[in-house]
Design a protein. Structure first.
Lengths: 232, 176
């Protein structure tokens, strides 16, 4: 497997080399300010794209070095000993057996950050069919945004649709095409409320795509920033 | 860190605690936590560091970067616990990625060195903006109002500094 070449098309705000213009997204991620849905999107994308991975690694390194540079604040007396006591206590407890329901073999090939919520969703509710060759699952990542994993068979058509708000779709495997272009692994398709589109699975591998939707909510702060950076 | 993971070395943990706990506390105070919350969460982060020490991979991140990541995730988990108590707190992010390929493997040592060198060289007015963004997690417009600077100035300063920390002046980057 080779790293996919970023493809060129107009609407895709993150397909060019991850550049400094997105530093706001990366800093929000590194500092833990990014909504969990977008954090998942970025992490998954960083597994597919070297440039995004580099930018995230640099961002997290900056945060780490800044922690070292911080002016130490006094801990109360005996804090280290109390931590060690707590550790001893926790180690006495037996770990909870991680019991999980059925796993999907296909989902095991998804990039790491996405695999766990995908398997959880599979165990909890499983795939929902929406149209011939199209299945989807809602993922619970602790976000107020809609997060869904799509499975699109080659040549299957996602019903034509519009969005109440912005929709960010990251291709994780395979690819799909719509009126605005072709999207491959690591590409992010960004659609606004006025866009109507009908994605079709590319021939070849089954396409998996992670979709984050804001359902028309207007965000302030960091979320508003994302809408500005990635939207129009 | 290796000694903590392999031998459960209490002495190494105490050393790590003495260095990082006061800095974590200072970080949390800066984010607006109360004295008690900051102390408590710093403690909690260090306990998590002990328990997850086996997941630490020095080829993936420096200790500081990793500790900061643990702190960030603990903070997010707490926040989530408040609103969504059913969420599992196991952090897949702390595990090294399993599809690391030789051709796209990052040179973490190089990143670490560039970031450290360039941070030292940054003029104070760029450093404080970078701190607000990468450490406190403020958006550019929040930074603009805190420092009473035009948004464009904030953006261009951070962009410039981030570019330097990514090593963009030394070599053409972004060709991954």
């Amino acid at each position: 497997m080779v790293m996919p070449e970023p493809r060129e098309h107009g609407r895709d705000a993150m397909s060019g080399p991850a550049n400094a213009a997105f530093s706001e997204l990366y800093s929000a991620y590194a500092a833990g300010r990014l909504d969990p849905a977008f954090a998942l999107l970025l992490e998954t994308q960083s597994m597919l794209r070297g440039d995004v991975r580099h930018a995230l690694a640099v961002s997290e390194t900056i945060s780490g070095v800044m922690l070292e540079m911080a002016e130490p604040a006094r801990m109360s007396a005996g804090a280290a000993t109390r931590a060690l006591d707590l550790i001893a206590q926790l180690e006495g407890e037996t770990g909870r057996a991680a019991s999980r329901g059925p796993e999907d073999r296909e989902l095991a090939d998804l990039p790491d950050p996405l695999r766990t919520p995908a398997q959880d969703a599979f165990a909890a509710a499983g795939w929902q069919g929406t149209a011939p060759g199209i299945r989807r699952m809602k993922l619970d990542v602790g976000s107020e945004l809609d997060v869904e994993l799509y499975r699109i068979q080659p040549n299957a058509r996602v019903p034509r649709h519009t969005h109440g708000g912005m929709e960010f779709t990251l291709v994780v495997a395979g690819g799909f095409s719509d009126e605005s272009g072709s999207y491959g692994p690591g590409d992010l398709a960004v659609k606004g409320p006025d866009d109507t589109h009908q994605p079709v699975g590319d021939p070849g591998d089954v396409c998996f795509a992670l979709a984050v939707r804001d359902s028309g909510l207007r965000f302030t702060g960091v979320m508003g920033m994302i809408q500005r950076v990635l939207g129009r | 860190m290796a000694r903590i993971a392999a031998n459960k070395c209490r002495e190494s943990f105490s050393e790590l605690f003495d260095f990082y706990a006061p800095r974590l506390k200072s970080y949390l105070l800066r984010l607006g936590a109360s004295e008690n919350e900051a102390e408590d969460l710093a403690q909690d982060v260090m306990v998590t560091v002990w328990r997850k020490a086996g997941m630490y991979d020095r080829k993936q991140a420096s200790v500081s970067t990793w500790v900061f990541r643990v702190a960030r995730n603990r903070r997010i988990d707490r926040f989530r616990q408040a609103s969504r108590p059913e969420l599992d707190a196991d952090e897949p992010m702390l595990r090294p990625p399993d599809i690391e390929q030789p051709d796209v493997a990052l040179d973490r040592a190089q990143i670490e060195e560039t970031v450290r060198t360039e941070l030292q060289k940054l003029p104070p007015e760029q450093l404080e903006l970078l701190q607000a963004a990468f450490y406190e997690g403020l958006s550019h417009s929040e930074i603009a109002s805190r420092f009473k600077l035009p948004l464009g100035t904030v953006k261009s300063r951070i962009r410039l500094a981030f570019g330097r920390l990514r090593g963009q002046l030394e070599k053409g980057d972004g060709d991954a």
